[in-house]
Design a protein around this ligand. Structure first.
Ligand code: DGL
Length: 273
C-alpha cells in the first residue's frame, strides 16, 4: 500500500532544516511539511514547561495537515516533549532526534567516553545522558551547554579565528586531558551545530569522531515507514511546504545555510499557532 500523506517535521526555527535535508536525501519520494517556530525561538533557554506547551501547539498544527508521522527535529523539544507528543497523537508515530543521536554516538565511540554538546535545556534535562546509558550502560558521558554556538550558526559565522577561539573555549575543558582518557566522540546535540563541524574538527583533530543525529534520524524514519507500510510509492519528490511563525524573510535567508540550498522567501508560509 502506498501512503502519499506528507511527513511532518518541527523545530524551534531554521536549525531543523539540517534534519529535513537528511530526510529528503534518504527519502526522495516523500513529501514534507516543515514548521519552524521562529516567533518563539530559542527553545534552548526556556523552561521545560514552556517547551512542552510550544511543542504541543506546533504538533497540533502539523497533525491537522494529515501527516503520516511527526519528526521532532529540535533537540530541546525532543528532550522534554517527546513523551507528551507520543501520548497525544497515538497511534501516529512520533520520532525525536535524541535516541538516533545517542545511537550514532555509541556506534562511533570505541572507549565509551562520549561528550555531548547541546543547549542549556537539553543538557539540564539529561535526556542524552539517559539515552546513551540505555544503549551502553558503561558509557561515561560529559554534557556541556554551548549557548553561543546557536547565535554563531544563525549569524553565518562558521569559520575564522574568532569562531575558533569560541569553539576552543567551550571544548577545551572537556578535551584537556591526554588522548587516552578524554572522550573519543563528540555528539552534536543541537540542530545548529552541524554547520560548525569543520571548525570543531580543526580544533579537536582527527582522534575525536564528531557525530550528529540528522542522518541516523532519517534512517529511523525510513525504517519506520517500511515497517508500518507508510512509504509513498508514487513520487512526491520536491514536495516540501515550509511554514514559519515569524519572519519569513529571515527564515529564507538564514535557513538557506542550514538547508544547503537557496530558499525563496515567497515559498515560506506564515502561520500562527
Ligand atoms: N533547535 C534547538 C535545538 O536543537 C536549537 C535552537 C533553540 O534553542 O531553539 O536544541
Amino acid at each position: 500500500v502506498a501512503d502519499s500523506r506528507p511527513i511532518g517535521v518541527f523545530d524551534s526555527g531554521v536549525g531543523g532544516l539540517t534534519v529535513l535535508r537528511a530526510l529528503r536525501a534518504a527519502l526522495p519520494r516523500e513529501g514534507f511539511i516543515y514548521l519552524g517556530d521562529t516567533a518563539r525561538l530559542p527553545y534552548g533557554t526556556k523552561s521545560a514547561q514552556s517547551v512542552v506547551r510550544y511543542s504541543i501547539q506546533a504538533g497540533d498544527l502539523l497533525v491537522e495537515q494529515q501527516i503520516k508521522c511527526l519528526v521532532i527535529a529540535c533537540n530541546t523539544a525532543s528532550a522534554v516533549a517527546l513523551n507528551a507528543l507520543r501520548e497525544r497523537y497515538a497511534p501516529l508515530p512520533v520520532i525525536g532526534v535524541i535516541e538516533p543521536g545517542a545511537e550514532a554516538a555509541c556506534k562511533a565511540s570505541t572507549s565509551g567516553r562520549i561528550a555531548v554538546i547541546a543547549t542549556e535545556g537539553t543538557v539540564r534535562g539529561g535526556a542524552y545522558q539517559a539515552a546513551i546509558h540505555a544503549l551502553r550502560p558503561d558509557a561515561r558521558v560529559v554534557a556541556q551547554a554551548c549557548a553561543l554556538f546557536v547565535a554563531l550558526a544563525e549569524e553565518g559565522w562558521i569559520d575564522g579565528p574568532l569562531v575558533e577561539g569560541i569553539v576552543r573555549r567551550y571544548l577545551e575543558p572537556i578535551f584537556s586531558t591526554d588522548i587516552a582518557s578524554h572522550p573519543d566522540c563528540l555528539l552534536l546535540g543541537c540542530t545548529h551545530f552541524p554547520v560548525l563541524k569543520p571548525v570543531m574538527a580543526k580544533v579537536l583533530g582527527p582522534v575525536v569522531a564528531i557525530v550528529d543525529s540528522a542522518e541516523t534520524t532519517a534512517r529511523c524514519v525510513e525504517q519506520l515507514l517500511a515497517q508500518q507500510a507508510l512509504a509513498a510509492t508514487e513520487s512526491r519528490a520536491g514536495a516540501i511546504r515550509l511554514l514559519a511563525t515569524d519572519g519569513t524573510g529571515r527564515f529564507a535567508r538564514v535557513g538557506s545555510g542550514f538547508f544547503g540550498e537557496r530558499i525563496d522567501e515567497a515559498a515560506v508560509e506564515l502561520v500562527d499557532l
